[in-house]
Design a protein around this ligand. Structure first.
Ligand SMILES: NC(=O)c1ccc[n+]([C@@H]2O[C@H](COP(=O)([O-])OP(=O)(O)OC[C@H]3O[C@@H](n4cnc5c(N)ncnc54)[C@H](OP(=O)(O)O)[C@@H]3O)[C@@H](O)[C@H]2O)c1
Length: 365
């Protein structure tokens, strides 16, 4: 009928089965899983603190490039063992050789993910690896092939996907309540110190805003509109050829669009808006783009409905519950965060980097 809206219910590619996500993440789901942690940096500490909250997680070993850091980290979180070596490879190889380690959490900079994860998979260890899984799609494909060849679990740590608040936002956005989703705007930015030694700026470490941050705003577009037909990208590169900030427009066959920006120059509010033909959903909270604690929904002008969410731990407990549950059930892949989604992400990011002109040493190997 001319002029009518197509307010159909659509299915988000990310909506998990409720029984996977509704349960308390701190309730044990089976036998204990024995963990090893690779690296002792910022996120390793935050995620390990959440891991320690799981009653069916055993903090068995940690490895670092430096013995003192490994020992301190072990002491701080209560690991039974720590490994290190002046040759950084030997530290994690010792951890992977430990038969008491069943699962490893890899929290090195992106450029090391491919090598470290490959070594873990070859040793038969289940792997949860920080995002982005690798620097490019070729490396991700190699890890996926290796995981399947060795029949071991592998998952990229896209933790936001397991948060009840994110899942609820997708449910609202695709339920028809706000009509048909036509536009998504999502951004993330912080001012990264101009330190040439920082992993965020170095080409060798896979620095730049895109690889570090784009996964989060992309989740909102992908989760509500699917993967785009095309992406156009503009970026500002630093002298080393690493992107300091960038702006992406995602274009869909339906005519829908999404705008995504990431920045290492600007401290932004991390805004997310999913706008439909009849209304909108806005993620709220200080870290709304990756850890929303409130959702605002407006369908009638000026009448905003809100839904509040409590954070458990720092929010990582949900992905850690998922890995634990998968291992307890003998799964080699998470049905919520499948490897095909990591591959699709890396293919999209490869395409964006080609437009921006950002090339890393890993691309040339
Ligand atoms: N999920 C999230 O919310 C989140 C948040 C932040 C970062 N991340 C991801 O986590 C990863 C690490 O980020 P981060 O912020 O924790 O970085 P970070 O603070 O620099 O820590 C990285 C750690 O990796 C080890 N490392 C550093 N350089 C290395 C190298 N060349 N080879 C091997 N190991 C090296 C170091 O540990 P040792 O000295 O002990 O060896 C270092 O402390 C990145 O891929 C990032 O995208 C995820």
């Amino acid at each position: 009928m001319p002029g009518s809206h197509n307010v159909g219910h659509v299915t988000s590619p990310f909506i998990a089965r409720p029984e996977l996500l509704d349960a308390d993440p701190l309730t044990a789901t089976g036998r204990p899983v024995r963990w090893g942690v690779v690296a002792t940096g910022a996120i390793a500490a935050t995620v390990t603190a959440d891991l320690a909250l799981l009653p069916d997680a055993v903090l068995h070993a940690v490895s670092s490039r430096r013995a003192d850091r490994a020992a301190e980290f072990a002491e701080r979180f209560g690991f039974a063992t720590s490994y290190s070596d002046t040759d950084e490879r030997l530290g994690y190889q010792a951890l992977f050789a430990d038969p008491d380690v069943e699962a490893v959490y890899v929290a090195t900079p992106h450029a090391q993910h491919a090598e470290v994860v490959a070594a873990a998979l070859r040793a038969g260890k289940a792997v949860l690896c920080e995002k982005p899984l690798t620097i490019n799609a070729r490396e991700t494909q190699q890890l996926v092939d290796l995981a399947r060849e060795h029949d071991v679990f592998l998952m990229e740590a896209v933790w936001t996907r397991f948060l009840p608040s994110f899942q609820r936002a997708l449910e609202i956005a695709t339920s028809g309540e706000i009509g048909t989703v036509q536009w998504v705007g999502a951004e993330i930015g912080f001012r990264a110190r101009q330190d040439p030694a920082s992993r965020l700026w170095g080409r060798a470490d896979g620095g730049g805003a895109l690889l570090d941050l784009a996964v989060y705003p992309l989740l909102w577009a992908w989760g509500t509109l699917g993967l785009p037909e095309a992406v156009t990208a503009l970026g500002t590169l630093n002298a080393e050829g690493v992107d300091a900030q960038n702006a992406l427009t995602l274009i869909y066959a339906s005519g829908a669009q999404a705008q995504i920006t990431t920045s290492l120059l600007a401290r932004s509010p991390n805004t997310v808006i999913v706008a439909g033909s009849e209304g909108w959903v806005r993620a709220q909270g200080p870290d709304a783009v990756y850890r929303p604690t409130r959702l605002d929904v407006e369908v009638s002008k000026g009448e905003v409905r809100t839904e509040e969410f409590e954070l458990v731990g720092s929010g990582y407990v949900h992905e850690l519950r998922e890995v634990t549950r998968c291992l307890q059930q003998g799964l080699t892949e998470s049905p919520v965060m499948p490897l095909e989604h990591s591959l699709a992400t890396m293919r999209l990011l490869d395409g964006v980097r080609a437009q921006l002109g950002v090339v890393y040493p890993n691309d040339e190997r």
